[in-house]
Design a protein around this ligand. Sequence first.
Ligand code: CP3
Length: 349
Amino acid sequence: MPSVNADCLFLKACRREKVPRPPVWMMRQAGRYLPEYREVRKTASFLDMCHTPELASEVTLQPIRRYDFDAAIIFSDILIPLIAMGAPFEFPEGGPRLAEPFDDAKALERLKRVDAVTGMPWVHEALSLTRSQLDPSKALLGFAGAPFTLFCYLVEGMGSKLFPKVKQMMFRQPELARELLQLLAEQIGEYMVAQLEHGADAVQLFDTWAGLLHPDDYEEFALPYARQVFDRVAQTGAPTIYYVNGNPSLLSAQSAAGSTIVGVDWRSTLREVNRKVPSNVGIQGNLDPLVLLSSPEVVAQRTNRMLQEMDGRPGYIVNLGHGVIPQTPLDSVQAFVETVRASDRSASS
Ligand code: CP3
């Protein structure tokens, strides 16, 4: 299998080596803002796309062809392993839904432990296929939902503003919550290792809902389980990214979870993040994805500001603070990527 070059820009940044410019990619870069994605999506449901390695691989490569990002993230969803574990999520308009949430004492009996390779083969096949087609200068990223964020969807059965069923289980049946989180941590650790064995060069753990927690509850219900995942993946030596959304007060704890890089949302200045994150941990982020609704000029200004705020810090990866939204104009994304590329110190001017 053709594999990634050791001097790939993305991997150099992960090792905190000196780079001529930081690498750039976008969360949700394979998605509905791209007309070529919408074309494929007309022919298949979202779930069918996730379960068909050829389609998943095709849409993974689309943003690389159009924008030449430094990393491709495999097309899948954080809920795919949960479906394999016996939680049949559907994806109607308005987001994922589970007909029978795992919100009572029977939750643990209804979930099955599955083999991380044979029980959820689609993402691994998509990764191998994609790695064989991706230029060796580009990194291929695998990903998974963090145990706490997956627990949120399992127990609530959908996205939510406050996740009341989740909080109720945490506060009324903490033992049950811990058992579910423990099972998820073990499964997700093995799932990420399997992704790395099938062609992923690095993996990102998405803790999208951990920001809903009081810092003490984060330390109890999110951090230990994310840390278990990173401890497992550390045995492979591959770089890891830990993304948390919605709560800048968690940054120090997030930085101690054991990932190579922390992914941050747009609610902090990078100046502040740069100061607070220990120097042996890299930083990824953090343009507000809705800034892409402005104009190419404003996008370039805001992107340059991030580059200035991080100037000189090794281990910086340019990204948005959350996923790109479907309404995003294509020329804004172009301006974002071009601004990063234009900062290349080795380029002649
Ligand atoms: O980043 C990428 O390009 C890779 C693909 C990817 C998807 N989902 C594809 C997707 C990734 C990394 C995810 C992660 C994901 N999925 C997260 C964590 C990141 C985040 O955004 O906070 C979460 C919380 C989910 C769960 C999920 N999946 C939701 C809430 C939704 C509905 C909202 C929406 O955007 O429609 C999905 C569906 C989904 N996942 C789509 C895509 C491209 C849209 C499906 C479609 O094409 O109809």
